[in-house]
Design a protein around this ligand. Structure first.
Ligand SMILES: *Cc1c(COP(=O)(O)O)cnc(C)c1O
Length: 387
């Protein structure tokens, strides 16, 4: 039996569904990992770092060249100025950055406004931190942020907003107007914003990602989290970072030192190399993902699944209610046998998974090779999807 802090948190849906894919030999359009690796130069840099002896503990805050490269990245892309010694902390993926931020900053009973659907680690870590979740729903069919709903979620006990843009699983990229609405509320109520921007480079159709920390009044109250995994197709490396004002970054480091203490040393050297020397690679990845998004969305539409065309990320959502399923989980559990394909029920990303608006949503990943997507679509097209 797990301790009460962890009870009621289901096992991460990604492990469950990926295990199902392996067990049944199904095509995995569920978990968001690419089936081709990141750039050769990045991988060679990690191998070189190991050969050069970068194999022992790194400083907890991260090796200096990586912190400097992260600061340069934020400057180059967004005009954000950071002191790499006080305003940057390297973490073991964005997952640890989220955990360390919540454990290091949130007092039991603090209310945290969070966009729903949410990435599942948020729920677990908010619960462990003793936080009170205040969800603000991004609603089908267009999954936009409603500023009125955001305002209504804030009470005198609210201290944080936990943001995610580009947003998993909806694929929404918050517009400057939506970000301004969040910033206005944060400034008015003196809230700290913790923002997960792991898909910062994976935006489509000429869009640009705007970090909320660049809005007026926000730099001093925003902790920005990101990671190399999605931008450079190395999701197994688990090198992430937290950037922002020194007092927020220090809280992350305080918690992080008791979690992993430090993050993989040779990978840190390689990521520093990539941020400085392979800066154009994520944009190429985004262009190729956009093509694969279009392939998957057109195919899903062709079989009557009417996907939402996402603005960023790896994912699209479809509603399967019209096919007669009680919920998305039931559909996803039947799918490997019926079609040899695995997808992810979006219920796992919601507080009230029985709510009619979310019950029937299913998430599909297009960060796969075109022939894998085509094979998945062929299988879906040949299967009976009605209950
Ligand atoms: C993948 C993902 C993460 C985890 O990032 P890692 O660097 O692999 O730990 C965090 N947040 C969101 C929204 C993600 O999709």
């Amino acid at each position: 039996m797990p301790v009460s802090r962890l009870t009621g948190i289901p096992p991460t849906i990604f492990s469950t569904m990926s295990a199902l894919a392996v067990r049944t030999g199904a095509i995995n359009l569920g978990q968001g990992f690419p089936d081709t690796d990141g750039p050769e130069g990045l991988i060679a840099a990690a191998q070189q770092a190991m050969a050069d002896g970068a194999n022992q503990y790194a400083p907890g805050i991260g090796i200096p060249p990586l912190r400097a490269a992260i600061a340069r990245h934020q400057q180059r892309h967004y005009g954000i100025e950071l002191d790499p010694d006080r305003e940057v902390c390297v973490t073991t993926g964005c997952t640890e950055a989220v955990a360390a931020a919540l454990l290091g900053l949130v007092e039991p009973g603090d209310e945290v406004v969070v966009l729903e659907p949410y990435y599942d680690s948020y729920v677990a870590m908010l619960q462990v931190a003793g936080a009170v979740r205040r969800p603000v729903r991004l609603r089908a069919p267009d999954f936009r942020l409603d500023p009125e709903e955001l305002r209504a979620a804030v009470t005198p006990r609210t201290r944080f907003v936990l943001l995610n843009t580009p947003h998993n699983p909806t694929g929404t990229v918050l517009t400057d107007d939506e970000l301004t609405a969040v910033a206005d509320v944060a400034v008015e109520h003196d809230l700290t914003v913790i923002t997960d921007e792991v898909y910062e480079h994976l935006v489509f159709d000429g869009r640009r990602h705007t970090p909320i920390s660049t809005l007026p009044g926000m730099a001093e109250r925003t902790l920005t989290l990101s990671s190399v995994g999605k931008s450079y197709s190395v999701t197994g490396w688990k090198i992430g970072w937290a950037t922002g004002p020194a007092h927020l970054v220090a809280a992350v480091l305080d918690a992080k030192q008791w979690l992993s203490f430090c993050s993989g040393t040779p990978f840190q050297h390689a990521v520093a190399h990539a941020l400085d020397h392979l800066d154009g690679w994520p944009a190429e990845l985004a262009a190729s993902l956009q093509t694969r998004r279009d392939l998957l969305c057109a195919g899903l539409e062709g079989i009557g699944l009417d996907p939402r065309v996402p603005e960023g990320t790896y994912f699209t959502l479809t509603d399967v209610g019209h096919l007669g399923w009680r919920d998305g989980l039931e559909f996803c559990e039947a799918l490997p046998e019926r079609a040899g394909v695995v997808a992810i029920p979006a219920q796992g990303f919601h507080e009230n998974s029985e709510a009619p608006a979310v019950r029937h949503l299913v998430r599909w990943a297009f960060c796969k090779e075109p022939d894998v997507i085509e094979d998945g679509l062929r299988r879906l097209g040949g299967a009976i999807l009605e209950k």
